[in-house]
Ligand binder design. Structure first.
Ligand SMILES: C[S@@+](CC[C@H](N)C(=O)[O-])C[C@H]1O[C@@H](n2cnc3c(N)ncnc32)[C@H](O)[C@@H]1O
Length: 216
């Protein structure tokens, strides 16, 4: 996500910095220090401006959420949204998903959300897709046994690619839907992201799948 540098960045970041995750001595996310309990978390990678995760955290006050984002100014905007809403069960992590398995404790994630990840359509960039085999292997380390990934995208090419990579990497793919907004059950509980609102308004169908990590 490209954007102009934000004015008053330091002051704005300072106001919301209490929403950053707390780190352990190795720089990893310290879940007990962050949430006051050694509990399972749910994680969104590439949260963008944060509308989805802020709403999900408000709907599910008993769960704990971490939203991860690569671009500092985008992360700041998501944090401001959560700060103004008062989101006690939502914290933020500035990171590149490439190092997610060295930051998030092993086996601690019950659900991982990937919403409208950058499609990287050229074959030479396939490794950058957040559903490429290398990323799916990283996620296996942080997912709890039986944990799941919920993936939404308007991009049919990325969706078809991901159907293959999830299966190839040993995830059980369930609940495949090629028109989320047209599904009477799924659409009812769906929380739209910023990109989702934009692309569905332009007539793009929204694809969604759930990929479960077998618990053997
Ligand atoms: C297309 S936007 C979608 C934003 C949001 N999920 C939505 O649906 O509105 C993709 C987001 O993923 C972030 N992103 C891309 N690659 C990433 C990476 N390797 N690690 C963390 N975040 C990443 C981008 O900075 C951007 O905010």
């Amino acid at each position: 996500m490209r954007m102009r540098p934000k004015k008053n960045r330091d002051r704005r970041m300072e106001r919301v910095s209490s929403l950053l995750v707390l780190r352990d001595e190795n720089g990893g996310v310290d879940i007990p220090a962050t949430f006051g309990c050694d509990c399972r978390i749910s994680l969104e990678i590439g949260c963008g401006k944060g509308a989805f995760i802020k709403e999900l955290a408000a709907r599910e006050p008993g769960r704990r959420f971490i939203a991860a984002e690569l671009v500092p100014d985008v992360l700041m905007m998501a944090m401001e949204k959560a700060y103004d809403a008062g989101s006690p069960n939502l914290r933020f992590l500035h990171c590149n998903a490439e190092s997610i398995d060295s930051l998030i404790p092993s086996g601690s994630v019950e659900t991982l959300y990937l919403n409208f990840s950058d499609p990287w359509p050229k074959k030479r960039n396939a490794k950058r897709r957040l559903t490429s085999p290398a990323f799916l292997e990283r996620y296996k380390k942080i997912l709890a046994p039986g944990g799941k990934i919920v993936f939404k995208t308007d991009n049919k090419g990325l969706f078809d690619y991901s159907l293959e990579t999830f299966t190839q990497c040993g995830y059980a793919v369930t609940d495949v839907c090629f028109d989320l907004h047209g599904d009477p059950v799924l659409s009812k509980e769906n929380i739209e992201t910023e990109y989702e609102k934009n692309f569905s308004a332009k007539g793009f169908l929204i694809n969604r799948l759930v990929a479960v990590l077998p618990s053997d």
